[in-house]
Write a protein that binds this ligand. Structure first.
Ligand SMILES: *[C@@H]1O[C@H](CO)[C@@H](O)[C@H](O)[C@H]1NC(C)=O
Ligand SMILES: *[C@@H]1O[C@H](CO)[C@@H](O)[C@H](O)[C@H]1NC(C)=O
Length: 295
């Protein structure tokens, strides 16, 4: 098994980091719902990769009707794909997803169990898919389904950005490893002895050039996969000798909606974290109004 390989021989028990903080990656997962040639055929400039739970059809439909609808922006082609794992129960979801996939051609479903603690696996199979399916695409963005995304500002930034070895988003620098057992992102010393993480971009929305997936995957064979997915991408980047880049200026990638937004807020940012995808419907309307009012 991978764990034993990493340490050569099985270490004495007291040195073994608790396994629940790691996930089963690398591993031979396979796509059971796929779009094998769409990205190759269309060769978009940018692909948006959206992790979403299998049952969350509502979030997918809202994205298809908001930022997922913007397919030609500043003369560049953009497409989106939803990333799903397997749902827990045999609940007839498989049939629904096949129908949804036939209608929209934007579903990628891999055969690992879809759960919060398996998000690292989802991100890594995303990199696998991108590195083999989009040979003529310049950038990809991983973006959560509860995010506002201004595709126009994103493309505008990318047209001026490096085309290689590039990753940007909301940067975490010198982030402390959380040692409080009750924290959602707890990691014990035995699993990660250093007190801070290397620089990484927060997982809810980051952009990268499409030469990176292969480099991150190569590094992942040497870096044991922790369950905190954005941290793990940062660890693989570090192993590959790479670091993420700051966005060209502050305020493009925002954590929360400010309590007082100015009248051109939504036309000035790239991303903002929302409460849920219903809020996205509402905010999208405000964004359209701002965009048409000379912002
Ligand atoms: C993660 O996925 C693997 C493969 O499907 C599964 O064996 C494991 O139980 C899942 N872990 C969690 C925490 O859901
Ligand atoms: C790759 O994309 C560019 C522009 O997006 C296009 O001009 C070129 O023909 C494409 N190449 C292939 C092999 O599809």
């Amino acid at each position: 098994c991978y764990f034993l390989n990493l340490f050569g021989n099985a270490p004495p028990l007291h040195q073994v980091p608790p396994l629940q903080y790691f996930v089963a990656y690398p591993h031979q997962y396979k796509f059971i719902v796929d779009e094998p040639i769409r990205c190759l055929k269309e060769s978009p400039f940018l692909v948006l990769m959206v992790p979403v739970a299998p049952h969350n059809r509502e979030a997918r439909d809202i994205i298809r009707n908001t930022w997922g609808k913007e397919t030609t922006v500043l003369g560049q082609e953009v497409s989106h794909y939803f990333l799903l794992g397997l749902s827990k129960e045999e609940d007839g979801l498989e049939d629904l997803q096949e129908q949804e996939s036939r209608t929209h051609h934007d579903i990628l479903q891999s055969d690992f169990l879809d759960s919060y603690n398996n998000l690292t696996i989802k991100t890594m199979v995303m990199f696998e898919w991108l590195s083999t399916h989009c040979p003529n695409t310049t950038y990809a963005m991983k973006i959560d389904s509860d995010m506002f995304l201004n595709v126009q500002n994103l493309i505008d930034m990318l047209l001026k950005a490096p085309k290689r070895l590039y990753m940007t988003g909301m940067m975490a620098r010198g982030a402390p490893v959380l040692r409080d057992h009750t924290s959602k992102w707890f990691l014990p010393y035995s699993a990660f002895p250093e007190s801070t993480y290397p620089p990484y971009v927060l997982g809810m929305g980051y952009v990268f050039s499409l030469d990176l997936p292969k480099k991150i995957l190569e590094a992942s064979a040497h870096v044991k996969a922790v369950y905190i997915e954005d941290v793990y991408v940062g660890l693989c980047m570090k192993h590959a000798g790479l670091t993420p880049t700051d966005p060209p200026h502050g305020g493009l990638f925002r954590t929360t909606v400010p309590s007082f937004t100015n009248s051109c807020y939504w036309t000035s940012v790239i991303t903002t974290i929302l409460q849920n995808s219903n809020q996205l419907l509402n905010v999208w309307g405000i964004y359209q109004t701002q965009a048409h009012s000379g912002c």
